[in-house]
Design a protein around this ligand. Structure first.
Ligand SMILES: *Cc1c(COP(=O)(O)O)cnc(C)c1O
Length: 398
């Protein structure tokens, strides 16, 4: 449909039902329901049952990785991986990421040291990492933001030379590759999230993957309260187990993975077609010579060029029932407890600050059609064409 009058200026909303960011992708319902029936028949609901076993084997095969430990969510997965790696003292992390990257460290008494990003890739800047290393530093956590791999080679070089552990928060990067090799094979370990908002989900869930036998063995013990046998606990552990029903969802969704990627890619190109010519709208770029999942439709909005800023566009879109989002704004360093702990951090993170102020995330996934995208982009075009009126409306009405 074509937009004549923006809702924020008094028109009717373009969408009747809200269009969300991060609507779950769901595979074959019948297969999933049959699996649930089987789980109930088995009376084996959790504690490393047959569905978890099969899911872990299939993940290993898909990723080409030696060990896969499914977990109840990626936050616990990061905590377990950090502990199994013996991280302590200070660990360098990007400030531009989901808060769980930092919390998973701080939760266990490790100090997250915030590093700035490369503005071209939005991932941790290896040159800055080098400057932040102190005698207390034990590791680096890279985040493959938007599913685009970090500068893995540079981080591996620094970690090896400075004798640091290297962990990747791969929450966004399931199904992505780096130089032809699947994400999951890099650093000491990598952690995926299978949360409902991620393009591949198990309701809640995640996985720690590694090619290191000793690390896998240790993480496996920590995931199960520290048990090594029925009545034997050897260290403090947690409960990181994935349930059978979550594994069944994962097995179901794995069958549809290629469809999910195909739809995301189609949507990404639809957005590109619609927005590339619009001044001030810079869509993130995905390297299509690698495997990708295209799950985030992130746009950097240049307020000068567009004549209207990211936050005003969000108000315009919300009025149309397009629930676009800011992501990772205002940066981990501006959220508690880090804000209080490091009141001066912003001065050292100028690129994180700039990118966090510009990123607009638009809806994609299997719940979003190409027609929806044409409508969303039509709204943006009309908003840009009427920027002055929109801005004035927002300043006078809030
Ligand atoms: C979603 C996400 C997490 C946390 O994953 P959960 O499975 O929800 O615990 C961690 N890091 C990043 C970058 C994420 O986007």
């Amino acid at each position: 449909m074509s937009i004549t009058q923006l809702a924020i200026l008094g028109g009717a909303p373009a969408f009747e039902m809200p269009l969300h960011v991060g609507r779950p992708n769901i595979g074959d319902r019948q297969q999933f329901m049959a699996s649930v029936g089987q789980i109930l028949d088995n009376r084996w609901l959790t504690n490393f049952g047959p569905f978890v076993g099969q899911f872990e084997r299939e993940l290993c095969r898909f990723l080409g990785v030696k060990h896969c430990l499914t977990v109840c969510n990626a936050t616990i997965g990061l905590e377990i991986a950090a502990r199994a790696l013996g991280l302590a003292g200070e660990v360098i992390v990007p400030a531009f990421t989901f808060i769980a990257t930092a919390h998973s460290l701080h939760w266990q008494g490790i100090t997250p040291v915030f590093c700035d990003i490369d503005p071209a890739t939005h991932t941790i800047d290896p040159a800055q990492v080098e400057h932040l290393i102190t005698p207390r530093t034990t590791g680096i956590v890279g985040v493959h933001l938007w599913g685009r791999p970090c500068d893995i080679e540079a981080l591996q070089e620094i970690a090896a030379r400075r004798k640091l552990k290297l962990l990747f928060d791969a929450a966004h990067a399931f199904g992505c590759s780096y130089r032809g090799r699947m994400i999951g094979n890099f650093g000491d370990a990598e952690v995926f999230s299978f949360h409902a908002t991620k393009f591949f989900n198990t309701f809640e869930g995640g996985a720690i993957v590694t090619n290191d036998d000793d690390l896998a063995r240790h993480a496996n013990i920590i995931r199960d309260f520290g048990f090594t046998g029925y009545d034997r606990v050897v260290e403090v552990g947690t409960n990181g187990k994935m349930t059978e029903v979550c594994a069944a969802m994962g097995l179901t969704n794995l069958r549809s993975l290629d469809d999910f990627v195909r739809i995301n890619r189609r949507n990404y190109h639809a957005y590109r077609r619609e927005l590339d010519a619009l001044p001030g709208f810079h869509l993130i770029h995905y390297d299509e010579s690698e495997r990708g999942n295209f799950q985030y439709m992130a746009v950097e909005v240049d307020a000068q060029e567009a004549g209207i800023g990211r936050d005003d566009l969000i108000k315009v879109l919300h009025a149309e029932k397009v629930l676009a989002r800011r992501y990772f704004w205002p940066g981990c360093h501006r959220m508690e407890p880090y804000r209080t702990l490091y009141p001066d951090a912003a001065a050292t993170l100028p690129r994180t600050e700039a990118v966090a102020d510009r990123i607009l995330v638009l809806p994609t996934g299997s719940a979003v059609s190409e027609e929806d995208i044409e409508t969303v982009c039509g709204i943006l075009r009309v908003a840009v064409a009427n920027a002055a009126e929109v801005r004035q409306r927002i300043t006078s009405h809030g």
